[in-house]
Design a protein around this ligand. Structure first.
Ligand code: ZN
Length: 294
């Protein structure tokens, strides 16, 4: 993938099409702001040393967006206040993923340290919905876009009409809303809000990354994944199932994937959100430790 510029907004692709554990980054020329430093480490080092990074903004607290934040330890960090606590302490971080199994926690502690260079960080600045920030060459509107995480941010660069969507990434995998504080309802509301936000170009953090023309069905297909997961779960629950049975059906990931500590947890997390929603609406009943369709 190529770097692309839209006025002073530069799209810097991550390795492997920005697939996890990488992501695409955005650099604002002039102001020297880097958003989501988790792509090619050498490229980001060169950016820092040759062009200058004056501040780092994070779209949200997930590890695949801060992997190389340690290169910018001495630069001010901005994030939404709801996503700031997870960066301050690894236990707060793991709790926000709802990871309670001791083995899974140990797995994550080592991966966070070694792969993602986790170091406790305090935010230096909070970004909140509706702020218009004048960066000289460009004005940016901050959009608080919860659902994926409680403090997820999108950015609208008013001229040249570029909208950065962060992890509402319009991929075929569909949205993620599996953390303790994620929400299916907020995800749907946020995606519809972003769809209605005027933009000539969309930037996302994973895979395609740059959308210069976005057919309506790209947004609809992205949200339809939520309905497909819900329906597949309802079909499965024609017969009573435990949470273990549900995870072993691999509705989200389609088949078991390694490392299991990661994927089994992720499968359980997303299915857990759907179960919660279906139990609340009376479509699924809980009997002991099993679930079945009402
Ligand atoms: Zn994310």
């Amino acid at each position: 993938m190529q770097e692309r510029s839209f006025g002073p907004i530069r799209f810097i692709p991550g390795p492997n099409r920005g697939k996890y554990p990488y992501c695409h980054s955005v650099y604002i020329e002039g102001a020297g702001i880097l958003i989501d430093p988790a792509g090619d480490r050498e490229r980001l080092k060169r950016l820092r040393d040759e062009e200058g990074v004056n501040a780092v903004w994070l779209s949200h607290w997930h590890e695949d967006h801060f992997m190389h934040l340690d290169l910018f330890d001495d630069r001010p960090l901005a994030i939404h206040p709801a996503d700031a606590p997870m960066l301050t302490d690894m236990d707060v971080f793991l709790d926000a993923y709802d990871i309670d199994d001791p083995d899974t926690r140990r797995y994550w502690q080592s991966v966070l340290t070694e792969t993602f260079h986790f170091r406790p960080r305090q935010a230096d600045r909070f970004l909140e919905d509706g702020q218009i920030i004048d960066l000289g060459d460009v004005q940016v509107e901050v959009l608080h876009t919860p659902g994926h995480t409680p403090g997820h941010l999108a950015f609208r660069f008013i001229e040249p009409e570029v909208l950065f969507l962060g992890d509402y990434d319009l991929t075929a995998f569909g949205p993620w809303y599996g953390d303790r504080d994620s929400s299916i309802a907020q995800t749907v509301a946020t995606v519809r809000r972003l769809q209605a936000t005027p933009a000539r170009c969309l930037l996302t953090c994973h895979e395609t990354g740059v959308f210069e023309a976005t057919p309506v069905n790209t947004w609809d297909a992205y949200l339809a994944v939520i309905d497909q997961r819900r329906q597949a779960l309802l079909d499965l629950l024609a017969a009573p199932c435990s949470m273990e049975d549900i995870v072993n059906a691999w509705i989200v990931y389609r088949k078991p994937r390694e490392p299991l500590e990661f994927y089994a947890h992720a499968e359980k997390a997303l299915m857990g959100k759907h179960l919660e929603e279906l139990v609340d609406s009376g479509k699924v009943l809980r009997v002991g430790n099993r679930y079945r369709r009402a």
